[in-house]
Structure formats: C-alpha cells, structure tokens
Design a protein around this ligand. Structure first.
Ligand SMILES: N[C@@H](CCC(=O)N[C@@H](CS)C(=O)NCC(=O)O)C(=O)O
Length: 220
C-alpha cells in the first residue's frame, strides 16, 4: 500500500491526499513534521509531503507525486485526454503554486505571531499575488470546475494553493483575495461541498492544535 508522509495541516500534503481519495487509491498516512527524524530519508529536501510507493520507492515534491499517482493508478483520471487540455490544467497548477502559495508563505511568520512583516515584503507579496490572480482570471473557467466540466488536478491544486493566501491576505494586506477573481468565491464554496473536501477540512482542523503548538514552541 502507498504511504503518504506528512501532516494534515499542510496544504501540499492535502493536495496529494485529496487526489488519492478522489481516485480511491488505498494508502496509509505516516504523520511526520519537518525536522523530525526520518523525514530526510523519504524527502531529501526535508519537505512535507513525501510518498512511499508499493515497491518501497520514496518520492517527494507534490507535483511529481501527483503525476506518479496518475500514471501508476489510471482509474478516475484527473487529467484531460488531450495533450493541449492537460497542459492547460498543468498551467493552472503551476501558476497556483508559483504566484499564489509561494509568495503568500512569506507572510506566514507575521500571521503566526513572529512579529510584523516589513513593507517591502508586503509590497512584493501583493504584486505576486496580483499576478497569480490576474492569470487565474484569464484561465479559470469555473464551468463548474476550474478547467471545465470535469474535476481535474487544477481544482485540487488551486483549492489548497489558496489556503495560505486566504489566511494571510486579510490580516497582513487587508485584502480579500477571493473577491479578486470573478467566480472564485462561488467555486470555493462549490468545491467545499463535496464529501471528500469535508473530510479533508475536518482532518485539517483536527491537526490544527498540534501543528500550532509546534509553531509556538519554535517561536519561543
Ligand atoms: N515544493 C514542495 C513544497 C512543500 C512544502 O513547502 N511543504 C511545507 C509544509 S506545507 C514544508 O515542508 N515546510 C517545511 C520547510 O520548509 O522546512 C512540494 O510541492 O511538495
């Protein structure tokens, strides 16, 4: 059986977990946090998540993991059939990661109480998020899914890539990013209604206190 290493408060862990649940691929979870012994053996950069295949091969980086899972477990494909449509889905996944999740992470320390962010950082993060949101406005179909009529990895990536921007933008940038893209707020609600999303959100919430206690210990 596959083993998914990581913790439920991690949005990248949740991308892979959501995919596994949609596809109905059996897996077990190994709860492990960055810095803990054993993580580097499965994830050379020390990042969460990582995946151990049924043959005992360790894979890290969520985009690599989701592609491995699509190839090894073709049931309920989360990529469209044509190469062109697959590229569109990957484009949204990449933009979500590069211009929404990654810049917003720079404001996480401030959002978690480690002291205020400086104005230069805030200006840079705001510009990157604007770039991502503008790109999304151009690419997203929300019909009803982000890349058209079917659920794809673009929906799963975008849902979890928006978690940190939605967490930090209101408090650090005084900005409701969900209002910045027409149809985005409705799509978020639509996505949150599935049974799988509800399980995902409940599992994330259940891990919140343990994760926050680790952050508090690290901040001293
Ligand atoms: N590029 C990585 C990013 C994963 C990532 O940033 N994970 C966070 C948890 S959500 C982490 O491990 N942070 C610990 C660290 O940066 O040391 C992926 O796609 O899997």
């Amino acid at each position: 059986m596959l083993t998914l290493h990581g913790f439920a408060y991690s949005n990248y862990f949740n991308i892979v977990k959501h995919q596994l649940l949609v596809k109905g691929v059996p897996y077990q979870e190994n709860r492990i946090y960055p810095g803990e012994p054993g993580l580097l053996e499965v994830s050379p950069a020390g990042k969460v998540p990582a995946l151990t295949t049924e043959d005992g091969v360790h894979i890290s980086e969520s985009s690599v993991m989701v592609d491995y899972i699509e190839e090894a477990y073709p049931q309920h494909s989360l990529y469209p059939e044509s190469a062109q449509d697959r590229a569109k889905v990957r484009q949204i996944m990449k933009i979500s990661e590069l211009y929404l999740d990654l810049p917003a992470r720079r404001l996480l320390p401030a959002a978690f109480g480690a002291g205020p962010a400086d104005e230069v950082t805030k200006t840079e993060v705001r510009a990157s998020l604007q770039r991502g949101l503008d790109a999304l406005s151009q690419l997203a179909q929300f019909a009803p899914y982000v890349a058209g009529a079917k659920l794809t990895l673009a929906d799963i990536y975008l849902r979890y890539a928006l978690v940190i921007p939605a967490m930090v933008a209101p408090s650090q940038l005084d900005w409701d990013i969900t209002a910045a893209v027409p149809g985005l707020a409705q799509w978020l609600t639509f996505m949150s209604e599935s049974e799988i999303s509800q399980k995902m959100d409940a599992d994330t919430l259940a891990n919140r206190d343990e994760f926050m206690a680790r952050i508090a210990a690290r901040n001293g």
